[in-house]
Design a binder for this molecule. Structure first.
Ligand SMILES: [Zn+2]
Length: 397
């Protein structure tokens, strides 16, 4: 499985200029190739192949107008072409209906005003990590890195990113071997919600941590301050940078929280079940939906890859059972319940339920039933681990 490991970079002013040049060159190569394809299409000419675009890049570097492309690593330019090709592939696959998820738009031109600038170095670009722990990038230099955790093995590529807040990051791709955790005896169902970030079938309720709420409040204040500033004023520019920084901090805090929670859930549980978010209907505004759905899907994606990495079972269940209406003790469907009903007593068996915990238990049960359908297991319970698992593990990603 391929995983990304991200670290903060602290390039010197000279390196920042070299990076800006490389971002610019990659952008020009991407845009030139996109324009060539669009023009060929409009002229009714055959689709330009990847090899043709690569040949055109080589030819362009020999012309006076594009000679400056020689100032950056050619591997970076090749990767810009690869990005365009990937964007086209996704677009065509989405047209053909082969790709899951939302419909993809055709590739668009990159701009120097884009919120995120990036370049990628693959192995053959000969990037390396120096004995002193710096990231050596061809034609950029030895860039200082803050190693917040250690890389598990040699990376196959590194993407250097500048975000909207002007911060630099290195994102390494490494091939991670699966390392099963010691078998755990528990199965946990998770109900993701608005009131609590997650409610677990064992009754635990997980709220957003204070460091995340504080970052979100700061962002809200920065956004309000920005909206009060005169358009086109110097103060508005300053406020905009503040918003971008606050935004970046919220993103980081949310990711940290997702990592902490998913790591502990995977460590403690042998099997994990969540509801498929596509069918999770909740009363909420459009704005809240986009924010929460993004957070939930990032979190469930983490659970899924960590489950694979550490030999746990991961179940995503469709809402074929109304998880908040059904009694988790006796299975009686007690009818729909308005959101303000937090606790209810089952008319069938008299059990009293916390609404969210009951839903989480039903999610765990539904995952068990889903397994039954394949004839593997009768009900959720301790599941044998997949492999011999004596060793301990490094801190999860
Ligand atoms: Zn009941």
């Amino acid at each position: 499985m391929q995983l990304r490991y991200n670290y903060r970079l602290y390039p010197t002013p000279g390196q920042q200029r070299a990076l800006a040049r490389a971002f610019g060159c990659a952008r020009v190569v991407f845009n030139d190739a996109l324009r060539a394809r669009q023009e060929a299409f409009e002229a009714g000419l055959p689709y330009l192949t990847d090899a043709e675009l690569s040949a055109r890049l080589t030819a362009a570097k020999a012309t006076p107008e594009r000679a400056w492309l020689g100032e950056v690593s050619s591997a970076v330019l090749q990767q810009a072409l690869a990005d365009l090709q990937a964007a086209y592939r996704n677009f065509f696959a989405s047209l053909a209906g082969a790709r899951k998820g939302p419909k993809m738009a055709p590739p668009t031109f990159r701009s120097r005003k884009d919120r995120r600038q990036s370049i990628r170095f693959t192995r053959n670009a000969r990037f390396s990590i120096t004995p002193g722990g710096k990231l050596r990038l061809p034609k950029i230099g030895d860039v200082p890195v803050r190693w917040s955790r250690s890389l598990p093995c040699q990376p196959s590529s590194v993407t250097v990113i500048m975000d909207a807040a002007g911060r630099y990051f290195a994102s390494f791709v490494v091939q991670a071997a699966t390392e099963p955790h010691v078998a755990a005896a528990t199965v946990v169902g998770i109900d993701l919600g608005l009131r609590h970030f997650a409610v677990l079938s064992d009754g635990r309720k997980v709220a957003s941590p204070r460091f995340l709420r504080r970052a979100e409040n700061k962002l809200r204040r920065a956004q309000r301050a920005l909206s009060r500033k005169q358009k086109g004023s110097a103060n508005r520019d300053k406020a905009r940078i503040k918003v971008a920084r606050a935004h970046a901090r919220v993103t980081d805090a949310r990711r940290d929280f997702h990592h902490q929670l998913s790591t502990s859930l995977i460590r403690d549980s042998q099997a994990i079940a969540v509801e498929d978010l596509a069918v999770k209907g909740l009363a909420r505004t459009k704005m809240a939906r986009s924010v929460h759905d993004a957070g939930w899907s990032a979190f469930t994606a983490m659970l899924e890859y960590k489950a694979r990495l550490y030999g746990r079972q991961f179940h995503k269940i469709g809402r074929f059972e109304p998880t908040s209406q059904m009694c988790s003790a006796c299975g009686v469907k007690d009818g729909p319940k308005p959101l303000h009903v937090r606790e209810w007593t089952c008319a069938g068996c008299g059990a009293t339920h916390d609404r969210d915990v009951n839903a989480a238990v039903n999610i765990a049960k539904a995952a068990g039933l889903a397994v039954t359908a394949c004839g593997a297991q009768v009900r959720p319970g301790p599941v044998p681990a997949q492999r011999g698992e004596a060793g301990t593990l490094p801190g999860a990603a």
